[in-house]
Design a protein around this ligand. Structure first.
Ligand code: G3P
Length: 217
């Protein structure tokens, strides 16, 4: 399972990279705004800064919503750095843009996916990644994890190459459940990733080992 961090915060991206388990980064316009990154040039520079910190793919989202403008913007983003993955929203023109960009061997991430039908279309259009938003489904009392399971089932039926990128991960158990269900990738906050390493028996066990070592030295 690949681990992506879902943030535009450079300090958190560096921290995750230094942990040694990071495979990529996802961003979106809201995450950029949260870091105070505004204006086209600043946003483009920020994507390059992120690419220079991490080794893996960096998802950069198009703002355009009409086919021609989407592919133009997608090509510009892809030209920024070879680690860029073009993030395209699941709308009608987005499906066309996914197909166009994937035919040109530009990697894509289909975002704002909330149903199996949308995930099927994204795979048919050749998306590199499909991003079902599990946390936002949970928010409206739907079952985000069940969506991951259903997409896994359908993709396996037809051996689609599109990778399931579980997005809108909110906490550590989401990561574990997505791993059980066979998601190819998860993207979440640093806190959810760091939650994986915590266990009270590890802490108390280490405390005892160190205390016993001190007794003998
Ligand atoms: O990767 C998608 C993500 O950015 C959305 O997360 O927490 O805003 O639902 P959230």
């Amino acid at each position: 399972m690949k681990f992506f961090i879902d943030t535009a915060n450079l300090d958190q991206i560096r921290e995750a990279q230094e942990l040694g388990v990071l495979d990529g980064v996802t961003t979106n316009p809201s995450l950029m705004a949260k870091e105070g990154i505004t204006g086209r040039n600043n946003i483009l520079k920020h994507y390059v800064d992120i690419c220079n910190i991490v080794d893996g793919g960096v998802s950069a989202e198009v703002i355009a919503t009409e086919f021609k403008a989407m592919v133009k913007e997608g090509e510009e983003l892809a030209d920024l750095h070879d680690q860029i993955v073009v993030k395209i929203p699941m709308i009608k023109d987005g499906v066309k843009a996914l197909k166009y960009l994937s035919d040109k061997d530009i990697r894509t991430n289909c975002t704002l996916v909330f149903s199996v039908g949308q995930a099927l279309l994204a795979a048919k259009a050749g998306a590199t990644y499909v991003s079902p938003f599990i946390g936002r489904l949970d928010d409206i009392s739907a079952d985000g994890l069940n969506l991951i399971a259903e997409i896994r089932h359908i993709y396996d039926n037809y051996a689609f190459d599109t990778q399931i990128l579980a997005a809108s991960i909110r906490h550590t158990m989401h990561i574990i459940d997505c791993a059980k269900l066979g998601a190819d990738v998860m993207t979440g906050p640093l806190s959810a990733i760091e939650g994986l390493l915590k266990h009270p028996l590890t802490d108390s066990g280490l405390e005892k080992f160190l205390a016993d070592y001190k007794k003998g030295n």
